[in-house]
Each structure stands twice: as structure tokens, then as C-alpha cells.
Design a protein around this ligand. Sequence first.
Ligand SMILES: NC(=O)c1ccc[n+]([C@@H]2O[C@H](COP(=O)([O-])OP(=O)(O)OC[C@H]3O[C@@H](n4cnc5c(N)ncnc54)[C@H](OP(=O)(O)O)[C@@H]3O)[C@@H](O)[C@H]2O)c1
Length: 332
Amino acid sequence: MKAIRIHQNGGPEVLKWEDHQLPPLKAGEARIKHSAISLNFSDINVRRGGFYIANPLQFPVVLGNEGAGVVAEIAPDVTNVKVGDRVAYVGSGGPFYENTGSYAEERNLPARVLVKLPDGISEQVAAAIMLKGLTASMVINRVYKPKKGDKVLIHAAASGVGLLLVQWCKHLGATVLGTVGSQDKAWLVAANGCDHPILYRETDFVAEVKKIVPGGVHAVLDGVGKDTFLPSLDVMRPFATICNYGNASGHPDPLDLLLLAKKGSLLVSRPAFSTHIADPTDYKVACDEMFQLVISGAIKVDLSKTYALKDVAQAHRDLEDRKTMGSVVLIP
Ligand SMILES: NC(=O)c1ccc[n+]([C@@H]2O[C@H](COP(=O)([O-])OP(=O)(O)OC[C@H]3O[C@@H](n4cnc5c(N)ncnc54)[C@H](OP(=O)(O)O)[C@@H]3O)[C@@H](O)[C@H]2O)c1
């Protein structure tokens, strides 16, 4: 079978479409034939190297942590799935960035990480929402759940996680302000429930937010990090919450805790989705809620932009150049 492998860290040019062999299944494992594979910003971080990785990578490495497809084979002791089941997964149970392998036609995985897909959730939709939707679920359920009428600022509102957060916050009755990098993204987020798109590459988002919500927002949901985290403290009302869940522009500078007191007794959180779903019951509850939000139509997943897996280098370039919108799915 074929896979996208890297033999060294570097730019998108290190991504190679090559023959790849999987070992026989070990006890507890299932082989999944991918029909859709997720593209995540973290794939770029792993490709570039140095990101959260404790142990040196053993090249060649197949990138990717997330996908969906059909169970092709199971080890004799596996009981939670059977051949032919439609399933999805995010991560493989071990350290996230060191246990990759999704950029491939097939993959062996511990069967316990596989989630059966309900009718109404296609494999492509599942690949689009497992990590990104569970991250949104973590932000909403663990850090900050908007009440009706709350004002929420979402950075990179047209990103994979951002677009899901916009719809989820709107569904809960919030007024949503969203920063975006282009006019096309502004139109997209507006069509998905963002009340106030803000073009933060052209205008000062702090001044814009202050104009729209002079008293400050109830929460800032920030997947951009370095460029947005500190300035965001200036648009928050007293005791508001800032959740920095991502770092598309780099890690935010270290935070002086006293600044939180000076800026209005603010609450800050930096969560990782793996904690959110570490308990298998929590994982199931979170997936069920997310799938129901999609099935009910409260959250829509736009699959208009997909790339062939073998063209993933172009997908990486587009993601790094901030050209993508919503979730991007790779088709093997
Ligand atoms: N905490 C967790 O467990 C967790 C889970 C999932 C994802 N994440 C992280 O959350 C962040 C967002 O993920 P995502 O899937 O929503 O993002 P995404 O779809 O990959 O999009 C990232 C967006 O960030 C914006 N951006 C701002 N500065 C950028 C820069 N210097 N380079 C590239 N993009 C930049 C761009 O939007 P504009 O053009 O609109 O600015 C870009 O489209 C990532 O850092 C990801 O690693 C964290």
C-alpha cells in the first residue's frame, strides 16, 4: 500500500508518496482502511520538527493522527469492532505527536481507540470533526460554556476549530465576534453565525472589539497564540475567561500572572484535548454530543475542500499560507 512518508524534518517537499508495509496485527489491534484522513496544524509542526516531541523521530515517519474508514481486519481478541464497521479515531493512545501514521491507505491501531460512526455521520465528516470538534467540545464543556447573550471573541474564526466554535457558541445563544485573515473568510464565518467578523490583518482587532462591545467580551477563544493572546487581555470584561487552545502563530510569550489581576481579574486556561477525552466514558460522551450536533444541523461541516492524500504537500503549503478554511480532509 501507499503512504506519505518523511525521511527528515523540513518543508512540504519532504513529504513523499511511497510504498509502505504494515506489520501483522498485534493483539488488541484492528486494521482500518482509510476513506478520509484529517489534516491538522500539528502535522505541520511534526513535519517541521521539534514540536512537543520528547524522543527523536525514527525515520521514515508516516505523519497524521486522525482519520476515518472501514475496519478491514481485526486481531482474534478484538470484540469492540468487527470487519466492515465504519469507524473514526483521533490519536492512537500513546504520546500524540510521536504515534503518527494516518497519512496512509491503511493503518493498524489499538481497536479501543476506534469510535463507531452513527448513521448520518459520513467518514469524511468524521475525519473533519474528530480532533477539531473534540477540541471545541473541550473548550465549551471544560473551560467556558457561553450563556445566552454572552459576547465571545473567537480568533481565526474560519479555521478548523474556529468554525466549529463559531457555530457551537451561536447555537448556545452567544453573540460571536470572530477574527479572520481575509474577506473570503469573513463571508464564510458570517454565513456560519459570526455576528461581527473582524479582518485582523487589516485592522487593529482590539480597537474593533472595543467599538462593538465597549464593556468587554465574556470570553476569548484563541487558537492563534503568539500574535493574539496578550492583546486579547485588553478586550475582556472583569472576570472574563481567555482560553488559549492553540498556537498557529507560535507560542504566546510567558504570562506574568499579576497581569491577569491588572487587566480585570481574568481567568486563563491552556487546555489539551487529550486530557478532555482521557477517560473512555468522557470520550464517548463527547463524541456522541458532537455527532448529535452535526446530525441535528446545529453544526454544519463544509467538505467542499478536499485534497488527494498524494497531494498533501500542497495542502500543507495552503495551511501554512493561511489559505484554507474550515476543516481540510485528505482522500487516499
Ligand atoms: N489544545 C489542543 O488540544 C488542540 C487541538 C486541536 C488544535 N489545536 C491547535 O489549535 C490551532 C488551530 O487549529 P485549527 O485546526 O483550527 O487551525 P487551522 O485550520 O490549521 O488554521 C489555522 C489558522 O490560524 C490562523 N493563523 C494566524 N496566524 C497564523 C500563522 N502565523 N500561520 C498560520 N496560520 C495562522 C490562520 O487563519 P487566518 O488567516 O484567519 O488568520 C489559519 O488559517 C493550531 O495551533 C492547532 O495546533 C490545539
